[in-house]
Design a binder for this molecule. Structure first.
Ligand code: ATP
Ligand code: MG
Length: 1033
């Protein structure tokens, strides 16, 4: 489903839910009959729904009761919401105008029309309040806003009055521009005022009042103020306030309103001096009204009571007698003289009233100017405005005079403007744009406007002519002239011109106009005077000298060129309306049509006839028909495309072709149905507002999306920038750091080069005497040598090879250290040696001295520790022990004894005592060898355990030498040599060992080496010992 269609559906759903009573837009009515229109209006009115749309036009029916629909909550509700999304409301229209102004940056105006009492002024106040409260504002602007709001009670007090039609009827026209800056803040305003109904100051019809301010002053004014102004409390004392006989009205609270106005005057910056002048004028008018005249015998006017005039002269600061003269005599300038011509009573009254009217009228303009000064925007930058037009409504009284003529003419003009802008211009546009169109018939009131204002032929021209004509022009001659000129005009009739039937309803001095809003019969009496609005020269001059600054200022400005005749009132009015039309035509229009629900100001009363009449003359049915058949919205292709092109990929961001084609593509994309729009020559026409609002909604959403996309792009761009910056920063830091590193490195290298150079120099001169060149080098060499030496010291005393070769400078030191170190190690070693070990070593030293370098098996024996004995005493037979105990057994070891004859091996124990060695077999001592008889001990030089004990043998019975083999040869022989002190008796023999079997009988032991150790008797009878070859070390 296209986007627009979806939004449309949502909106319509919401609409039906809310619109329970009647139809809120007449465009949606099933039939466009007046009956259906009125029925819908009544249905809604009876449910207090006073607002209904005809497209974007707002119809408002005066409820004559306070409705709770103008509160802050409602304002918030309508702020920024599309027109058709909420029930019809004046806030919706105000808001729509405001937002259109902001988005299109152009000027707008809201035309509020309707007859007197229909609710125009109320509507304009609601709009102003809405802008004041809802639009953004700053503290500074708040004061401007307050002033704009407060201008209302002041202008209403001075310019509104109770009439038969309306208790607060505007008696002046008001056009107010509200200025906004580009942010939509209310920044200022400007008011244009139109023709105040001054005649009311001096005369009120029955049931009507003078302007509110007079009553407010005399009813609500503070006692002291009244005293100061010479006033009595109560309006009954004043002629100008009592002619209508309804000074007190229940719907009006003058005392309360007085306070509001006093406060408002201060807020709009009118200082106390001026406020005093202002009330001085109001009081003067009241006093003037009480100035009465009697007629003397000649019919001349005479002042009948001086007090009021005294107060007037007092308050205005003018000479009392001159004032009196001005009111009772006319000054005629004849050639160079001035002649005073006395007034009749009527003339005097005329002069009095003219002064009162002039004073009041001028003061009113002064007040508007003051308000404008105080709400003027000071900032010169471009502003957009929303104009609010609230003018006096069409009115018909029993007697209608010049004022009603002007008021109704003004309404006629506004109706014409409405027709021009809606019915006519609209239909002309369809034609110009070539849009298929069935013309809607409507009544164009141009014919009435022409009747009134046409140059030379219109009523205004004729009135002016009569006013300016020399001779006896009167109101009746004016009427005659009208009859002459207008004779057959369909909208003009007089007693003379009327048919019989009509004539009955007309007086001779009347003329009747068939206005767009109905017939009005005007009584010509007073037309000329009121149009001339003459003020006698002498009074004017006097006022120019007034001590009241406001009066002086106003009257001085009145007629700069006294020779030229001033423009008549109606002509001035006509040109001001022309200017107003120009002002309005340059802006975009919004319409509020106010309907009066009944004539009796009753709440809830729906006077169908009265309303039907208004619906008819306001052209609402025609407007509805044009709206229904026509198009609610149109825009030049370029403008439409420019705004909505983001909604279609084909047109965004640029459409290169013709704008009309672009628009066509765009609306196709949006899913517009064929009957929803038409393509004109230069514009697109959209039938229903909802289509446009849906498009606008889509645009709003799209704007957000675009904004998000732009934001994302921008954020990306920013992030990229940031990244680049960081990267650059990182590179810079890196470069700096590298620089720092490089500089350090360079310094290090430079230092190294210096050190190396010094080192080399030192090296080269190391042998020379200590100098600056070599001293450092040598110190280094020393230190490094000592350091190295520390880690490479020999670990044992025996290690003689590990000493680090010293550098030349340390040769001596090194040697000293080496010795020291060895001594230290020796010391440590010695300290660690036990007594046992010492004894052992001492024994080993003996062994060494005996066998080192002599016997092959010696080296292997070194590492084998000696033990105390190899056979414990328990292992020796007890008997043997017993027999030798007293000799102290020192050492015992198992041996093998070879028989001297036959060499039979016999295992024996060899026990060494203090004095002898014993060969023992079990319990038998086989042989006792006294050490004293042991002459020698022979061992081979080979790797064997053979030993021969050579014994002195004096006794033949004694056995001969002992041939023994022992596995612990070195231990045995060392112990033996120590015990028997026989070191020198031990021989290491190369070759054979001879021994004596018995004295004189020898044999020998031969030695050889072989694979296996063997001991056997050789063929030569010798004992053959084969020793294994000793392992070479
Ligand atoms: N929206 C409204 N809610 C309640 N009362 C209203 C509303 N509009 C108008 N009225 C009543 O109707 C009265 C007349 O309204 P208002 O003064 O606005 O008429 P007007 O169209 O300005 O008449 P005129 O042309 O005489 O100035 C108000 O004083 C008020 O009592
Ligand atoms: Mg009004």
């Amino acid at each position: 489903m296209p986007l627009v269609a979806q939004v449309q559906l949502d909106m319509e759903g919401a609409l039906t839910a809310r619109d329970r009573v009647g139809i809120q837009d007449f465009v949606l009515l099933d039939e466009t009959t007046e009956a259906a229109f009125l029925s819908n209006l009544r249905k809604r009115f009876c449910n207090d729904l006073i607002y209904t749309y005809v497209g974007t036009l707002l119809v408002s029916v005066n409820p004559y009761k306070a409705l709770d629909i103008y509160n802050q909550k409602q304002m918030d509700l309508y702020m920024g919401v599309n027109f058709f999304e909420l029930p019809p409301h004046i806030y919706a229209l105000a808001d729509n105008a405001y937002h259109t102004m902001l988005t299109e940056f152009n000027n707008h105006f809201i035309l509020i029309s309707g007859e007197s009492g229909a609710g125009k002024t109320e509507a304009s106040k609601k709009i102003l309040q809405y802008y004041a409260v809802s639009c953004p504002s700053t503290t500074l602007l708040n004061t401007v806003r307050d002033k704009m709001l407060m201008s209302n009670p002041v202008l209403e007090a001075f310019g509104n009055a109770k009439t038969l039609k309306n208790d607060n009827s505007s008696r002046f026209g008001k056009y107010m521009d509200i200025q906004f800056d580009s942010q939509g803040d209310t920044v200022g305003g400007h008011i244009l005022n139109y023709l105040l109904e001054k005649s009311r100051v001096v005369h009120q019809n029955h049931g009507e009042r003078n302007f509110h301010i007079f009553y407010q002053l005399v009813e609500g004014g503070e006692e002291s103020l009244l005293q100061q102004l010479g006033l009595d409390r109560g309006s009954q004392h004043y002629y100008y306030l009592t002619q209508g006989r309804c000074a007190i009205v229940s719907s009006i609270n003058d005392t309360h309103d007085w306070k509001t106005v006093r406060n408002a005057l201060q807020i709009i910056n009118i200082d106390e001096v001026n406020i005093n002048h202002l009330f001085g004028i109001i009081a003067s008018v009241l006093h003037l009204g009480n100035v009465h005249f009697d007629s003397d015998a000649k019919g001349h006017a005479l002042l009948n009571n001086k007090a009021p005039l005294h107060w007037v002269s007092n308050l205005l600061g003018v000479d009392g007698s001159i004032l009196q003269e001005g009111l009772t005599y006319r000054k005629i300038e004849a050639s160079k003289d001035e002649v005073l011509s006395p007034f009749t009573v009527d003339h005097a009254i005329y002069a009095r009233d003219a002064l009162a009217k002039a004073m009041y009228g001028q003061t009113f303009t002064w007040l508007v100017n003051r308000i404008n000064e105080s709400i003027e925007n000071q900032d010169p930058s471009k502003k957009t405005v929303i104009g609010l037009l609230d003018i006096y409504g069409f009115e018909v009284f029993y007697v209608n005079s010049f004022e009603q003529f002007c008021i109704n003419y003004c309404n006629e003009k506004l109706q014409q403007l409405f027709i021009q802008l809606t019915l006519k211009a609209e239909q002309d546009e369809y034609e110009a744009e070539d849009i298929e169109w069935e013309p809607v018939q409507f009544f164009n009131n141009k014919i009435i406007c022409d009747l009134i204002e046409e140059k030379h032929r219109g009523i205004i021209s004729i009135l002016d002519e009569e006013c300016l004509r020399p001779g006896e022009a009167t109101d009746l001659t004016f009427l005659e002239r009208l009859e002459d000129k207008m004779g057959t005009h369909p909208h003009f009739v007089t007693h003379k011109l009327a048919d019989k039937m009509t004539r009955r309803t007309l007086e001779r001095g009347d003329f009747r106009l068939l206005h767009y809003a109905g017939e009005v019969t005007y009584c010509v009496v007073g037309f000329l005077d009121k149009n001339n609005d003459l003020l006698y020269r002498n009074i004017k001059d006097l006022m120019c000298k007034s001590k009241n600054a406001i009066v002086r200022e106003c009257f001085s400005k009145m007629e700069p060129d006294s020779r030229r005749r001033p423009e008549t009132v109606v002509t001035q009015f006509k040109s001001s309306l022309l200017k107003l039309t120009e002002i309005l035509m340059a802006k975009e229009a919004w319409y509020i049509r106010c309907l009066k629900s009944n004539e009796s100001k009753q709440p809830g009363h729906f006077d169908e006839a009265l309303i039907r009449h208004q619906v008819k003359y306001l052209g609402l049915m025609e407007h509805l028909r044009v709206r229904r058949a026509g198009f609610a919205y149109r825009r030049k292709y370029e403008i439409f495309l420019k705004r909505y092109k983001p909604l279609c990929p084909a047109t965004w961001p640029h459409w290169r072709g013709a704008p009309a084609e672009g628009v066509e593509v765009l609306v196709q994309h949006l899913g517009y149905l064929p009957n929803e729009y038409k393509m004109g020559r230069t514009k697109i026409f959209i039938r229903h507002p909802r289509t446009l609002y849906a498009t606008e909604d889509a645009y709003e959403r799209c704007k957000h999306e675009l904004a998000t996309r732009l934001q994302a792009k921008y954020k990306g761009y920013r992030a990229k920038g940031e990244f680049r910056k960081q990267k650059e920063a990182a590179t810079k830091i890196e470069t700096c750091w590298r620089g720092v590193q490089a500089r350090k490195e360079r310094e290090r290298r430079a230092w190294a080069v210096k050190v190396i150079k010094k080192f080399i120099k030192g090296y080269m001169t190391r042998g020379q005497a200590k100098s600056t060149d070599n001293s450092e080098y040598l110190a280094f060499v020393r230190q490094s040598y000592l350091n190295r030496l520390k880690n490479n010291l020999p670990k044992t005393v025996l290690d003689k090879s590990t000493w680090l070769a010293p550098p030349a400078v340390l040769t001596e030191t090194s040697e000293m250290l080496r010795k020291l170190h060895y001594r230290l190690m020796v010391r440590k070693y010695v300290r660690g040696v036990t007594a046992q070990r010492k004894a052992q070593i001492q024994l080993k030293v003996v062994t060494s001295s005996l066998f080192k370098g002599k016997k092959d098996s010696y080296p292997q024996s070194v590492s084998q520790p000696f033990v105390d004995t190899r056979i414990s005493e328990q292992e020796i037979n007890i008997r043997v022990i017993q027999s030798i105990r007293n000799e102290h057994i020192k050492y015992s070891v198992p041996v093998i004894k070879y028989d001297r004859n036959g060499f039979k091996p016999r295992p024996r124990q060899l026990v060494l005592t203090q004095t002898a060695a014993y060969v023992i077999e079990e319990a038998k001592i086989k042989q006792r060898v006294l050490y004293t008889s042991l002459k020698g001990i022979s061992v081979s030089n080979l790797n064997d355990g053979m030993m021969v004990f050579h014994i002195t043998c004096e006794d033949p019975k004694q056995k001969g030498d002992l041939v023994l083999q022992c596995d612990h040869l070195f231990e045995l022989l060392t112990k033996l040599s120590v015990i028997a002190k026989k070191q020198s008796a031990i021989n290491v023999v190369q070759g054979s060992i001879k021994f004596e079997i018995q004295p004189g009988k020898e044999n020998a032991v031969d030695f050889s080496t072989g694979q296996e150790p063997l001991v056997y008797k050789a063929k030569n009878g010798h004992l053959m010992v084969v020793a294994t070859r000793a392992r070479t070390r």
